[in-house]
Design a protein around this ligand. Structure first.
Ligand code: NAD
Length: 348
């Protein structure tokens, strides 16, 4: 029996990526929709064979408690709403798969973790890259010491935003600008690829004066994460630059590069090392899989088998601690130290 999921928020990620991904999922099915736009919800319900009676608006959200066919919720709302809708889902007795960034503050992340723990429900943050085959292959290569000791991670995740009225450019809804939305991918990748946690961060932010898009949130952010082994991540993220998404992970013996990285489709992984005295770069042939379906199936299987999720709330909380430290460093023009977190990741 597939795990029944309620989709909360019918925006781009839900409608264009997650709902279509159910077709490739083996363990989950969409059984309810939560939306403020009933006409849109009705249309989508027809498309996915969801009953009209399983369409709720936000005011009716707590009625999920009376819907046993819904075992989990997928939260795809603006960032500021993640905490409230996660806590209410847990109180309604539902497991939660919540989009990134987990929330706007460390305090909210902690409330979400506490609420799900109290309710005995799973909380998974939708870090799709950690369920994607190429990133997973690279994690294995690192563990097998194929790159040697890790030394440098360099990454950019940038895009050029349009409409100045978009919620992503409103501090109250988004929590910040490029950093929590797209810079987050660089932070998370540096952590999950290395398996280390940063002990110090240095950050800078920039907003072009007079650009109407960046009155409330930063346009760009540049940051350095220093890890205990000496591994260093240098990252840049922008909301006003042409779309550019890549990383290069450099070890003592070889480097691996993803370009594009972080994208929904078409990822490319290249590895370069010395073979018979000569530097050789080769594309890795790894079959693409739908990341959203892989993520969904992990969530559903953890629910079915009562297992710990690979990217729980603690993983989102740790990234939020790092984001807040980067902002503090940018504000104070000083490096900021970070204490070690507890365990942030569950089994694969
Ligand atoms: P979107 O603007 O397309 O959708 C947001 C949805 O929330 C819309 O249906 C909107 O109607 C609804 N909503 C409810 N209350 C709202 C309010 N007060 N203001 C604005 N919208 C409101 O956004 P999206 O791109 O789908 O992003 C949704 C979430 O998913 C965000 O947290 C985002 O960071 C995350 N996301 C994740 C990925 C990924 O690859 N994992 C990609 C895109 C977005």
């Amino acid at each position: 029996e597939r795990v029944g999921v309620a989709i909360v928020g019918l925006g781009r990620i839900a409608v264009e990526e997650m709902l279509p991904a159910f077709a490739e999922s083996k363990h989950a099915k969409p059984v309810a929709l939560v939306s403020g736009d009933r006409a849109k919800a009705l249309k989508i319900a027809r498309q996915y064979n969801i009953l009209d009676t399983a369409i709720l608006d936000y005011k009716e959200y707590d009625r999920l408690a009376q819907m046993p066919e819904v075992q989990g919720v997928y939260i795809a709302l603006p960032n500021s709403m993640h905490a409230e809708y996660t806590v209410r889902a847990a109180r309604a007795g539902k497991h939660v798969l919540c989009e990134k960034p987990m929330a706007n503050t460390v305090a909210e992340c902690q409330q979400m973790i506490d609420a799900c723990k109290k309710a005995g429900k799973k909380l998974m943050i939708a870090y799709r890259s950690q369920y994607e085959p190429m990133d997973r292959a690279l994690v294995r290569m690192v563990k097998d010491k194929k790159l040697g000791a890790l030394k440098e991670f360099s990454s950019v995740n940038s895009q050029n935003m349009g409409d100045p009225q978009h919620w992503r450019l409103k501090r109250a809804l988004a929590g910040g600008g490029a950093l929590p939305d797209v810079g987050l991918y660089c932070i998370n990748a540096a952590r999950f690829l290395s398996g280390e946690e940063p002990v110090e961060v240095i950050g800078n932010t920039w907003s072009t004066p007079g650009d109407a898009r960046f009155r409330e949130v930063e346009e760009s952010c540049q940051f350095i994460l220093r890890f205990p082994s000496g591994f260093i991540a240098s990252c840049s993220t922008s909301y006003a630059a042409h779309k550019s998404q890549f990383f290069r992970l450099n070890g003592a013996d070889a480097w691996a590069e993803m370009d594009p990285a972080y994208a929904y489709h078409g990822l490319k992984l290249k590895v370069s090392r010395v073979v018979d005295g000569k530097e050789q770069a080769a594309d890795m042939q790894i079959e693409e899989k739908n990341q959203f379906a892989a993520e969904l199936d992990h969530f559903a299987q953890c629910v079915q088998q009562n297992k710990d999720v690979h990217t729980p709330g603690e993983e989102g909380l740790q990234d939020q601690r790092i984001i807040e430290a980067i902002y503090e460093s940018a504000r104070t023009h000083r490096p900021v130290r970070l204490s070690a977190p507890g365990k942030t990741r569950g089994p694969e």
